[in-house]
Ligand binder design. Sequence first.
Ligand code: GTP
Ligand code: MG
Length: 293
Amino acid sequence: MHKAGFVNIVGNPNVGKSTLMNQLVGERISIATFKAQTTRHRIMGIVNTPEMQIVFSDTPGVLKPNYKLQESMLAFSESALQDADILLYVTDVVENPEKNMDFLVKVQKMDVPVILLINKIDESNQTQLGAIVEKWHTLLPKAEILPISAKNKFGIDMLLKRIQELLPESPAYFDKEQLTDKPARFFVSEIIREKILLYYDKEIPYSVEVSVERFKEDDKHIHINAVIYVERESQKGIIIGHQGVALKKVSTEARKSLEKFFAKPIFLEIFVKVDKDWRSSERELNNFGYNPE
Ligand SMILES: Nc1nc2c(ncn2[C@@H]2O[C@H](COP(=O)(O)OP(=O)(O)OP(=O)(O)O)[C@@H](O)[C@H]2O)c(=O)[nH]1
Ligand SMILES: [Mg+2]
């Protein structure tokens, strides 16, 4: 008999969902940075064996939306509650468990198995952890609780084993060769956005969207043209930096990561354009692929 199912990863921002998904899948599918709101989409990472297919979904951190982009992000997180065969609710050792009760109430009402993952236990001790487990036990009485450290790969094998046990009998949902639901261009824009999250402060990373205008692969190379869209003219100057130094750094670092990801030499050209207030425009969000299917 063959097993397959959707194992959806949800939780508040910055708790380590994307780091966890990458460890579970064994590939760097989802960008992970120290900044909250790194993930903006629902991204699938698929683990295939002859007897099994686990379709993991990484999702944006749950937050109260302040602008349209965040509404779309929340919709992606909520869609993961709808089709989960197993739900992985991720928290960490520092966040307040009651931070986002609205979403937690929805999780409490779910009928599928919920595994509560307390991440970052490398930053905690036994006594603290005991208190956190107790607290979560009252908030999600039906959930199994597993302390993990996604970064150190602690608890991951045990979690995978438990997921395999809980996975329903089903034929595969995707081709067994398939590793993700997203096209190559998506990973290009994410890798460039990751560099922007790493190298710029304040509102800049949140005001940026990256669009890939050209992705042309031949035997030896990949040629990529990408556009960084910002919301305002002043942000364009910040992205480019004095004598273009800042953009040059983004471009160099992105190229290195892309060469690792695609295992091919990359020619990368990045342009910067203003798309006024794109985060609040329904039309622009649709163009950028934020409409949940
Ligand atoms: N100490 C420690 N840090 C971790 C661990 N797992 C993840 N982190 C760090 O936590 C930060 C956030 O990780 P992400 O994986 O991007 O978190 P996320 O939940 O996907 O965040 P959003 O996409 O913004 O919602 C990064 O700096 C990670 O390196 C862990 O086990 N221990
Ligand atoms: Mg993430």
